[in-house]
Design a binder for this molecule. Structure first.
Ligand code: 3H9
Length: 706
């Protein structure tokens, strides 16, 4: 038997243990090992039942995702056939109990559902998260789950992929018992009761009583489809998963499994699945930093402090409080501090109203935030995050004060979104302790944290920041120091092109609609209105001296700001907003654009959605390629993860660099060269893009070869 799966006898009970760290995935050898163990226990008369358990941190967390790429690339010829193994488990005349801790996800839950019973510890979670990888459950999950948990729960789990806690899993019939104390002992005593009862081992596939009927099921499927179209916009897998669960209610178990297999295969070979698998591994890859190992020392973060209680500062303080880390929140005057705290309290109260957590949790979190008008307590802080507005002089003044007040081991972080970290660090006597922690608005919601390494930042500060990101439930991505770092440096040409397109003839809502259709969470102009047009106006002023004469600049945004149209917060920006912040096109803006374009001698023409997408997305890609070549991003995948988690780029397209690979770098390069010929210097193709395109390579290959 494989070492990946072992079994041992304890009297009448066999314990089958999966031992495939780190997450006991069903890699080659694991299903075979379980199958062999199930067969072996049948031949030993003394054994009356078995327990299937995972060693280490978890039960089986699913199929081995690395195998999917091997199948779709043709490297592995046969598919993955778990169905027969699961039938063998289910057909065992001796009862088998799945004992669950950690996560029983995907193929792990499918294996557990083929067992006759399931017990778990209170902290265990179960789920069918396959849709997050662009696929559907492929080992009868869509067929067994509705039989165990009912159609509505199965649709919810298979189509939306969220994990379910043990308590809920017990309530809906997935678990049979929650075990207090030692899992294995609890599972054994459960199994002993089963054996003593003499009951025949129940087969999930034969339990049809929860499958409902066409009349009761129709509204469930209709509601799920409508929700999937809304909340999983552009994704095919959620709708495919609903189809597969619906098949369970209309076909026999065997035919339902065949239908599931067809849908699974279609999804697995789709570009969406390849992209989402790239994102899954990418989110883990970004945590790998050359020079940082498990041995790298990290600083203990027990107390944090935030300077500035505005939108960003308040959101950052909430992140710390949410992670259970006490945080000081400093403002310069009482009114601003009160406003900041009121916003935090309102945000928390909204979460309580929506049922995300209880009033008690809200009170605990609020109690972790200590408002202050001076630097008292900062001498004890392990990290300080400065989050005041984007002005170098002010930031340097603050860092110089922090340098005087904070202990030598305190990390001094700036939330700047564009400014030079080295210059900020130069205001201190310890540039090695200075780093950028660029949060994204709203900071308590967006998952991205750009971690900006200065020239002198030491590895321990970087390692601590990466670990801290995880603690704050963020995806931390390390980037180099340049104007705008990765995200905002790339967004500059993206929004620039969006504005040029307006001057050349497109309407704001046409630009936004084309990019929304592409899958962006919102169009670039709506994004500007949400973030506040005054923010980029202030940044443009800060960098005005760097603008090259003779290079085309967008003309309208400054004029909007001069008119006091800062976006949503002033009720008007690129659009006009009603009291519910609903946007409507504004004839005044359209007239302003036309008038400005005419004055500048820009010829107006009809612009297609395709051109809008190419001009804006290829602008991202070209800048991304330069960033990669300069080493500002470690890998192309880092850029993808930044854009998905910070800028609403659709994960199912894998990020801008992966998307460019999918289009074909030759094609992207040719189009950029055309834009270069037509629009000039701003479209100079990135040398790396040219090089990869000419060599017939991809950014993904470039990542592997580095
Ligand atoms: C499926 O089951 C399809 C079925 O229907 C059958 C079809 C026929 N495979 O996340 P972590 C690696 S689809 C391969 O940092 P955590 C991961 O890359 C699958 N590798 O740990 C990382 O590697 P590295 C359905 C996997 O404690 C390391 O393990 N299941 C897999 O924060 C640690 O991962 C899922 O979608 C895998 N399945 O979180 C579950 N899972 O150290 C996906 C992890 O080299 N996994 N790795 O970077 C997860 O959600 C989280 O990993 C989990 C642990 C919650 C389990």
């Amino acid at each position: 038997m494989s070492e990946l799966v072992t079994w041992a006898k304890d009297g009448a009970i066999a314990v089958i243990t999966v031992n495939n760290p780190p997450v006991n995935a069903l890699s080659p050898g694991v299903p075979e090992g379980i199958g062999a163990a199930v067969a072996a226990i049948q031949t030993d008369d003394e054994i009356k039942g078995a327990i299937l358990i995972g060693s280490g941190a978890t039960f089986i967390a699913g199929a081995d995702i690395k195998e999917f790429g091997k199948i779709t690339s043709g490297q592995r010829r046969e598919g993955i056939n778990f169905l027969e193994l699961l039938l063998a488990i289910e057909d065992s005349p001796k009862p088998i109990v799945a004992a669950i801790h950690g996560t029983a996800f995907g193929g792990g839950l499918e294996t557990a559902m083929a067992c006759h019973y399931r017990v778990g510890v209170a902290s265990a979670q179960v789920g069918q998260p396959e849709v997050n990888l662009g696929i559907i459950p492929g080992a009868a999950g869509t067929q067994r789950l509705p039989r165990l948990a009912g159609v509505e729960k199965a649709v919810e789990m298979c189509a939306f992929g969220a994990p379910v806690r043990a308590k809920d899993a017990l309530a809906c019939g997935i678990l049979d018992r929650i075990v207090d104390g030692d899992l294995l002992e609890g599972a054994k005593s459960f199994l002993r009761e089963v054996i003593a009862s003499g009951a025949a081992a129940p087969k999930t596939r034969q339990r049809n009583e929860k499958l409902g009927n066409a009349e009761t099921n129709a509204p469930v499927f209709a509601a799920a489809r409508s929700l999937a179209r809304k909340t999983k916009r552009g994704m095919t897998a959620p709708l495919a998963a609903i189809d597969a669960v619906e098949a369970a209610t209309q076909l026999s178990f065997d035919d339902g499994c065949r239908r599931e297999a067809e849908i699974f295969r279609e999804c697995l070979f789709s570009n969406q699945s390849k992209s989402l698998i790239h994102v899954f591994f990418g989110e883990r890859e970004v945590a790998k930093i050359p020079g940082i190992t498990k041995e790298t020392k990290t600083y203990d973060i027990k107390l944090a402090a935030v300077v500035g209680a505005g939108t960003m500062g308040g959101g950052i303080a909430m992140n710390y409080a949410n992670a259970g880390i006490p945080v000081l929140l400093k403002e310069t005057d009482q009114a601003a501090l009160d406003r900041g705290l009121a916003t935090i309290t309102r945000n928390y109260a909204n979460s309580v109203k929506k049922g995300r957590f209880s009033q008690e949790v809200m009170n605990e979190r609020l109690a972790l935030i200590t408002p202050t008008l001076d630097y008292s307590g900062f001498d004890n802080a392990d990290i300080v995050v400065e989050a005041v507005f984007e002005g170098m002089a002010l930031k340097k003044e603050i860092f110089s004060a922090l340098d005087r007040i904070c202990k030598p081991t305190a990390i001094l972080a700036s939330n700047t979104s564009t400014l030079d970290i080295d210059e900020i660090a130069s205001a201190t006597s310890r540039p090695e302790m200075v780093i950028g922690h660029h949060f994204f608005s709203p900071a308590n919601v967006m998952r991205l944290l750009e971690i900006v390494r200065g020239r002198a930042t030491n590895l321990e500060v970087i390692a601590t920041s990466m670990a801290l990101a995880r603690r704050l439930k963020k995806v931390g991505v390390l980037v180099g120091n340049c104007r705008g770092f990765v995200g905002n440096r790339m967004v500059a040409p993206y929004t620039r092109e969006a504005q040029f397109l307006l001057e050349e003839g497109a309407k704001p809502h046409e630009v936004d609609a084309a990019l929304y259709e592409f899958g962006m969470a919102m169009g670039p102009l709506a994004m500007g209105d949400l973030a506040g047009l005054d923010v980029s106006w202030r940044i443009r002023q800060e960098f005005k001296h760097l603008e090259k004469p003779g290079i085309r600049q967008p003309l309208v945004a400054d004029r909007l700001c001069e008119m006091g149209r800062y976006g949503q917060k002033t009720g008007a920006g690129w659009y006009r907003y009603d009291e519910n912040r609903r946007a409507a096109p504004d004839a005044e803006v359209e007239a302003l654009i036309e008038e400005t374009a005419a004055a500048a001698g820009i010829e107006r023409r009809a612009i297609t959605p395709e051109e809008i997408v190419e001009r804006t997305i290829y602008a991202l890609v070209n800048e991304g390629a330069m960033i990669l070549e300069e080493g500002i991003a470690l890998r192309a995948v880092d850029i993808d993860i930044i854009y998905i988690n910070g800028y609403g780029f659709p994960a199912w397209r894998g990020g801008p660099m992966w998307y460019a690979d999918a289009v074909g770098l030759q094609k992207v390069y040719e189009r950029i060269s055309e834009f270069h010929a037509r629009f000039g210097e701003l479209w100079t193709p990135a040398p790396l893009l040219k090089q990869l395109a000419e060599a017939g390579k991809t950014f993904a290959q470039h990542d592997k070869e580095r």
